[in-house]
Write a protein that binds this ligand. Structure first.
Ligand SMILES: NC(=O)C1=CN([C@@H]2O[C@H](COP(=O)(O)OP(=O)(O)OC[C@H]3O[C@@H](n4cnc5c(N)ncnc54)[C@H](OP(=O)(O)O)[C@@H]3O)[C@@H](O)[C@H]2O)[C@@H](O)CC1
Ligand SMILES: Nc1ncnc2c1ncn2[C@@H]1O[C@H](COP(=O)(O)OP(=O)(O)O)[C@@H](O)[C@H]1O
Ligand SMILES: [K+]
Length: 506
């Protein structure tokens, strides 16, 4: 793809903000049509790079500037010698502004969309809708998308696959499935959130001449997860360090038949640099845990008085509570006393579900002890803790995570193939390095352990959660397809791979 790309961390902006960025760039003297020419040339470059053997290109142009990109791409493809068939969803004379100019510069025929023939061997350029899609697709365009989908012709999308909301990643009526999406100036949430991420195929971000300064001025405190965001906050093990300077994490085990989750988290925490990790086990499970643990330590914690005794030791910097623990009053009391004691706390799995019927006390304690707590819900757990946010169809996953973090006064690591991490201060990252085979039992327990390990090593919680999601994804890639959760801890890459200076932080 073209050499014009931005350095990490990559900002993500909603289409609405992208419109403001376009306007600001144009207002500062950059010609709008010039931006469109570069956008169209990047689309044609993508087609030529990946589909040089295609019989020709079918270019579908819509009613706005996305259609304008299509006309420009069509012209460059034709100039490169590729046969082009261009179809328009409106009478071409109705195109205005830059799109009208792009149409005027296209000297080939324009066919009405009704005449589309999905001939084998062609590649489709989708320039129907981009940032301006604002309602469900229906009628002729819906039929067109169905015909292209049925034909299985490869699709290169301009900016966004038509039908995908750039703001939410949701399908508006129907959507095209692209193999490549060429987008401009900044990623949109729809490229990274499901199902948009899946429909986008491989996304190429192209610098069309809008200065990074202009993009940064409009930043929405949202980035694609990248070490440039948190590499400078990773713990550094100095030569004079010892195990206590690397932090001591405690992981609560469940009862006799629910002990594996805690051990996965504990093992992952050690591999993520925690100096010491102790599994806290009820008496019924001490023997089961003892028979499986070596480097990880073990201590009996049966009831609140055992925990209170433990909390006196200030070196125990953080706790992972929830995996395999069981839902009930005991969990709630444990969680509240840890947060109250000002210790770092990762609440995962049952640690989240246990508060379904009344999270207010937890949230209030988190407000009193800010920057201590990370909640790691998957979608079902999120729905239990934040049912109103989950049910609000207007909200994107980013909006939901952001509102939840603000309400809970805690960092929310909202898991899934499109994991979103949000801080109570409004910062958001979307993680996109996780391979699909991470969806395996126990994988989330490992993630909770990584978060806990980074917290006890004094990493700020938003950065710790973002780094943990990234390390978890990398571990999944290193372990490879077919992994089981037992493989993950040993596949966690060394933190030093990602350490950096403060260059990219927003
Ligand atoms: N200089 C720049 O700004 C640059 C912009 N660039 C490009 O511009 C794109 C944004 O352009 P855009 O704002 O014109 O929006 P776009 O996606 O073409 O669609 C808007 C049209 O669609 C219509 N419409 C909406 N939903 C509909 C539906 N369901 N069914 C039917 N119609 C529907 C809506 O109609 P209306 O609501 O007015 O009836 C309107 O006419 C951006 O994605 C990028 O590709 C690049 O060239 C770089 C420089
Ligand atoms: N399709 C997917 N692609 C990539 N990662 C995924 C996918 N589905 C789930 N994950 C990740 O796998 C982990 C599963 O965690 P979780 O749902 O808590 O499972 P468990 O409780 O069995 O450990 C999460 O980190 C989640 O983000
Ligand atoms: K498009």
């Amino acid at each position: 793809m073209p050499p014009h790309t931005y350095h990490a961390p990559l900002p993500i902006v909603t289409p609405q903000t992208m419109g403001r960025i376009d306007a600001a760039a144009i207002g500062s003297g950059i010609e709008g049509y010039r931006l469109m020419l570069i956008a169209g040339s990047a689309i044609s470059a993508c087609v030529l790079e990946y589909y040089s053997e295609a019989v020709g290109a079918i270019v579908l142009c819509g009613p706005g500037n996305n259609g304008g990109d299509g006309y420009v791409a069509a012209r460059y493809l034709a100039e490169a010698g590729m046969p082009v068939l261009l179809y328009s969803s409106i009478e071409p004379e109705r195109l205005k502004g830059d799109a009208g100019r792009a149409r005027a510069d296209w000297s080939g025929p324009v066919y009405p969309l009704e005449e589309l023939d999905c001939m084998p061997g062609y590649v489709v350029v989708d320039a129907l809708f981009g940032a301006g899609l604002d309602r469900p697709i229906e009628g002729l365009i819906e039929e067109t998308i169905a015909a292209i989908t049925a034909s299985a012709l490869p699709v290169v999308a301009a900016d966004l696959p038509s039908g995908i909301s750039g703001r939410t990643g949701q399908v508006q009526g129907t959507a095209l499935q692209a193999e490549h999406t060429v987008t401009f100036a900044a990623l949109k949430p729809g490229h990274l959130l499901l199902p948009g991420a899946g429909c986008s195929g491989e996304t190429h971000l192209v610098d069309i001449g809008i200065p990074r300064r202009v993009i940064d001025e409009h930043n929405e405190a949202m980035w694609r997860n990248d070490p440039a965001l948190w590499g400078a906050d990773l713990p550094v093990t100095g030569a004079a360090g010892h195990k206590y300077t690397r932090g001591h994490l405690c992981v609560f085990s469940g009862s006799f038949s629910h002990t594996g989750a805690a051990r996965l988290a504990a093992h992952s925490a050690l591999r993520s640099g925690a100096g010491l990790v102790t599994v806290l086990s009820p008496s019924s499970a001490v023997a089961a845990n003892a028979s499986h643990l070596t480097a990880v330590m073990l201590r009996k914690v049966e009831d609140q008085s055992d925990l209170d005794e433990l909390l006196v030791d200030q070196r125990l910097g953080g706790f992972v509570l929830g995996p395999g623990f069981g839902i009930g009053e005991k969990l709630r009391q444990f969680a509240l006393s840890i947060v109250k004691a000002g210790r770092s706390c990762v609440l995962d799995a049952d640690g989240i579900s246990a508060f379904s019927d009344g999270p207010e006390m937890l949230f209030a304690l988190c407000r009193e002890n800010p920057l201590n707590t990370v909640l790691t819900p998957h979608d079902g757990e999120f729905a239990r803790l934040f049912p109103d946010l989950h049910a609000d169809a207007e909200l994107s996953k980013v909006d939901r995570a952001r509102k939840a973090a603000e309400r809970a006064n805690a960092v929310i690591l909202y898991k899934g193939a499109d994991t979103v991490i949000a801080g109570p201060d409004g910062r958001v990252v979307i993680n996109n390095n996780a391979p699909p085979w991470l969806a395996t039992a126990g994988s989330g327990d490992c993630l909770a352990g990584i978060v806990g390990a980074l917290l006890v090593q004094q990493m700020p919680p938003f950065e710790a959660a973002a780094a943990a999601a990234f390390l978890h994804g990398e571990a999944g890639k290193r372990a490879g397809e077919g992994l089981i959760a037992d493989d993950l801890p040993d596949a966690i890459p060394p933190l030093t791979h990602y350490q950096s200076d403060n260059r990219g932080r927003g």
